[in-house]
Design a protein around this ligand. Sequence first.
Ligand SMILES: [Zn+2]
Length: 287
Amino acid sequence: MPELPEVEGVARELQRRLSHRRIMQAQVARPRLVAPMTPEAFVGRLRGAAFVAVGRRGKHLLLHLDNAYTLVVHLRMAGRFLYLVPESALPKFVHAIFDLDNGRRLAFQDQRHFAIMRLARTDELLQLKELRDLAPEPLGPDFTPDYLQRALAATRRPIKEALLDQTLVAGLGNIYAAEALFAVGLHPLTPANVIAKAKVKHLWQVIRILLEAAIEAGSTIDVNPESIAGQYFGAAFAEALLVYDREGEPCARCETPIARIRQGQRSTYFCPQCQRLRGATGRQAPR
Ligand SMILES: [Zn+2]
């Protein structure tokens, strides 16, 4: 599932190709993608509009148009954009198509059917349900150690779940949350509100370093929209992941086999040796 670095990569690729491109025609093959808008209203609003810039907020792509609207896209599990040459056949699971003024077609493909597209007035963007409650951008100035301290102090939920809560920390998903917790030696079940201040500061620092490194490395998925075969988790950064999806493999630090637990319907990977469950005192919790 694309997380902040992957979505940032997609935004940059789209920005390079779509800036000032005009949408001549559009089609929506799966009405639920654009609900509650009807496909007719959605297409009507897009036809003739040009892309001004492509940005990102949390894991949402923001495709700003010159008609005072912004197309907000959440890729969820498997949504992706393809930038097709005119003669290219449409691949499977294409749910929306945008015919551009340079003859190219921007196709939106989603094998898992979870992605969403919302068309919102650009000046009302921040009131959009999907965006208004998001935490500060983790690479922006408002995401400070103090902010993270306050956010985590307010919840007893396990730290892994707190990190996935987009209203507390925006942009992290299963991969980078697991990697961040490994980097600071926190057990994923540690209640968020008992983590010592110094540890929270370390976590804050690690989150930023991890996200920046992943963006720099081109993130964990191939986001080149020209490549129909673009493979998930194919790029170099996936090699740099130390615990995610490595159940049973030796920990890079202590060689203890990486463990996997189920947490809120998701798999959580961690090193049982490097990430011990400790109480509020900092001592190891009794077994
Ligand atoms: Zn270890």
